[in-house]
Structure formats: C-alpha cells, structure tokens
Ligand binder design. Sequence first.
Ligand code: AMP
Ligand code: ZN
Length: 461
Amino acid sequence: MTLYLHDTMRGAKVPFEPMVPGRVTMYLCGPTVYNFAHIGNARPAVVFDVLARVLRRDYELTFARNITDVDDKINAASLETGKPIGEITARYIRAYNDDMAALGVQRPDIEPRATDHIAEMVAMIEKLVAKGCAYEAEGHVLFDVAAFPDYGKLSGRKLREMIAGARVDVAPYKKAPQDFVLWKPSTPDLPGWDSPWGRGRPGWHLECSAMSEKHLGETIDIHAGGQDLVFPHHENEIAQSTCAHDGKVFARYWVHNGFLSIDSTKMSKSLGNVLLVHEMIETIQGEVIRLALLSAHYRQPLDWSEETIDSARRMLDRFYGALRGIDIPAELRQVAEPPVAVVEALQDDLNTPKALAEMFGLARNLNKAGSDDERRRLAAELLAAGNLVGLLGQDPEAWFAGATSDDDGLPADEIEALLAARNAARAARDFATADGIRDRLAAAGIAIEDGADGTRWRRGG
Ligand code: AMP
Ligand code: ZN
C-alpha cells in the first residue's frame, strides 16, 4: 500500500516515497513558548502525531518538532509579567508537553530548542552572507530575496505582488521590502548572543532552517505545520536552506493543516474565545478532544463547538461500549492488525474521518458478532486501529466511570501498576506494549517522565 500526501509545493495529492528507502525524516514547526497552547495549536500536534504513527508502521521515522524559546513574544511576556524569560519558557514547555500528553500525542524523537542552536544559526548566516544571499545592515543581517529566484513558489506568490503588498513603513536598512531578518541586534535587557554582527538574536525563520539541518540533514522528507505558516515562515525557510545548501531541495513534501475556528468565528484574544487545552482537560477527557480534532480531514477547516465535543464523546461511548466486557488474550492483542480499510483511509492523505467511520463499522460488527472468538478477534482489530490513531487506550470500565484528569482519574495504585508493567515491557524490549501503556496513561491525563531516578508521573492539567 502506498501513502499519499497532499503536497503544498506541487498543489496536489501525490504518492509518498522517502529519499532513502525505508527511512523518513519529518520536521514539524513547534510551539513558541510564551503562553498555554490553545485548541488550534493542538491541531497540528495531534494530526501530525497520527501521520508519525502511520509512517512508523512502514518506515524508520525520525521526527523532530522544535521549541521556539527565543522570540519577541516571549520577551514581551517577560516584560508584562516581570518574570525572567527562562522561567516563562520552562513553564510553558512543561505545560505544552503535559497538554499534548493528555491528548495522546507521543513525544517526537527530537525536540530541539532554539537557544541550544545559536552556534548553528550563526554558522548558517555566515554561509548565506558568504554566498551573497544575505547582507548586513545596521547590526541586522537580512536575507536578500532578490538572490533567490524561486522565492514565492510554495505560496504561489509573485515577487511583484509581494512588493506591492508590503507595508509602507519598511525599515530603512532593507534593500527591498520583502527582505527578512536572519539576525537582529539585542539591547542589554533582551536575550542576546555574541556574533560577527554584534550582540543579537536570531530571526524566527532561521531557527527552523538551522535545527532541521542539524538533526535531519540538508534535505528532509516531510515538512509540516499549520497553513498560516506557508507564507512567510516556510517560504523563508526554503529560501535560507536552499541557498545555504547550494540549491539542494530543502523539503521533499510540504503538508499543512487547515485552521480551527470556534462557533464559526476566528479564535482571538480580543474576542475572548480562546480555548486553552489545559483548561479544557479539566472537564473534558483528553481522548474526547483528540477524537474531535481528528473528526475532520486535516486540510479542511474545523469548526469547534459543543456539538463537536458531544459527538466525539458519543463515538467513544460506542467504541468502548463495543469493547466492554471482552477479555482479549494478550497474544491476540500483540498480533492483531488494524483492518485494511482503516489503514487505507489513513494512507489516503490521512483521511481520519473515513478511518473513524471504518472503525465505527467495525464496532457495529463487533456488537453483532456470533461467537466469542469472532468478538475477541474484532475487538483486537478495533484496539489495533485505535492504537494507530492514538485512541481507545483506556480500560472501557475507566471510560464509563468517566475518568477525567482530576480526582476521578486513574487511582494512584493503578498508575503505579501500569508503570511497572511498562518498565517490564521496556526491559523485555517489547516497545509496542510499553508505548501502548504510555498512550493509555496519556489518554487518562497522566503525564510521565523518564529520568535517571526512574519514571515519575503526574496528572495533567
Ligand atoms: P504558534 O505557537 O502560534 O507558532 O503556533 C503553533 C502551531 O499552531 C502552528 O503550526 C500554527 O500553524 C498552529 N495554529 C495556530 N492557530 C491555529 C488554529 N486556529 N488552527 C489550526 N492551527 C493553528
Ligand atoms: Zn518552522
């Protein structure tokens, strides 16, 4: 079976083939950590977590999702609250990881932080200057868009239109209005690093180019993000990386998720309709939110409402209702595969609504099954399908007990028992079982952290 993905660069759904047979590299633009994640921020994390799971079935995947921990929005948050920048970023990195764990998002293989890669960023800028793609002006270094004829190819914009659309108050040190910042000077009260252009800090676009090169190489297979990032963020990443790498393709497939709105309205602070994940999971199970996010195709807009949540909850009731009381032997769980129709739906540009509909049909057949053997087989298939999309990791009884992330959650002794089972599975190199347990804990709102002194857990939210 072939995976098909809609590639923004080609503007079409195309068969996916990795550069190196058997191996895939994927980069997802991650959060800027100055605030709690809202439900819109959760959409790319959840959607591309499903893509990662689908890829891992057939390939050895290296998945990187960065953390932007140097940014003007973070500086502004520090100024506003009087809290040191490091405190702000540490707090929201933790919150992001807890929130995403509650939504069943597996940790990517690599989570590079911008502030750990300043040397790589400086080196990349030096290369761009040496190649004549960037120039220094008043302590800034700017990318010279005129030096990159393909600029605008991803977003389908023409340079002429961009110039016409540029704001009037263009910085005087720019050669052309659309030239963008690679490095900018910092005042003593702002984070800064020494560089050949004085003390300063990197531009946001450059961070991703430098981190993806460092961890995934000069050419990556898949670059993902929200559709708002197509222009200018991803356009600029392409310009920087392609120039720095002598014209080598930067990303072979570009995938972008559509936007999420609330009751048909754009989410915005000024409208007061921003739904924060860490607040939502106080009253709604993470698994319900995850299913709701997957109920629309990732490229389509998703309008979030009470009904979105209610129908996700009803669907989980049906799934867990079908699974309830069925004792699936461990060996059967191990070997069970998701139905072909579910896999095919996901391989068709991640058609999660279709995959969920197939799972729904499976649950219906399960309810009508004529024998215990058939019931167990179908239940194991449903669980395998659930595992592929990161759902159905809970004990059905826990689901019906209405466990949420708080006091009604999994009792501590049950969590400890699950962690012990996970450690045993890991020791036996049975990573499928270990990951299954981690997902199950995540679905119940339990965040776990592996450290030198063992595994610690805490309730999300
Ligand atoms: P930010 O932290 O603002 O850079 O956003 C992190 C990610 O969330 C980016 O990939 C954005 O494209 C995505 N994003 C932000 N708002 C929404 C939304 N309303 N719907 C879908 N994705 C969003
Ligand atoms: Zn990026």
